[in-house]
Ligand binder design. Structure first.
Ligand code: SF4
Ligand code: SF4
Length: 110
């Protein structure tokens, strides 16, 4: 009997963006992914993921990301259940207020 390995990587699917094309599952060399009965990609065997990145690279809708489980090496935000997260925007991008110069529409005098 072999003990089940602890997953080294987290495979995250953004269901709102997934259209169920199956490309990720077809490219995955370890058969980690499948398309479920709702027509969405699903993670079946996360412990087998080798972080090759094929799924993330080939998804036409940016609906899947893979990152190390220790939280290092990723700039993607945690997905919020029931919402479409915005992996395109860097974390904190919208949080910083505009600079003073940007707030003052007064033109400079020559
Ligand atoms: S490649 Fe992307 S859109 Fe297609 S099934 Fe996989 S996660 Fe969904
Ligand atoms: S990173 Fe590679 S092994 Fe892991 S789920 Fe994606 S395609 Fe499969």
């Amino acid at each position: 009997m072999t003990a089940k390995r602890k997953p080294l990587y987290t495979v995250v699917i953004y269901p709102d963006w997934c259209k169920g094309c199956g490309i990720c599952a077809a490219f995955c060399p370890k058969k980690v992914l499948r398309i479920d009965h709702q027509g969405k990609a699903r993670v079946d065997r996360e412990d087998e993921c080798i972080n090759c990145g094929f799924c993330e690279l080939h998804c036409p809708d940016f609906a899947i990301v893979v990152r190390p489980r220790n939280g290092m090496g990723s700039s993607f935000p945690e997905p919020i259940p029931g919402t479409a997260a915005t992996p395109c925007a860097p974390p904190g991008a919208a949080a910083s207020p505009p600079s003073e110069a940007a707030q003052s529409p007064e033109p400079k005098k020559a």
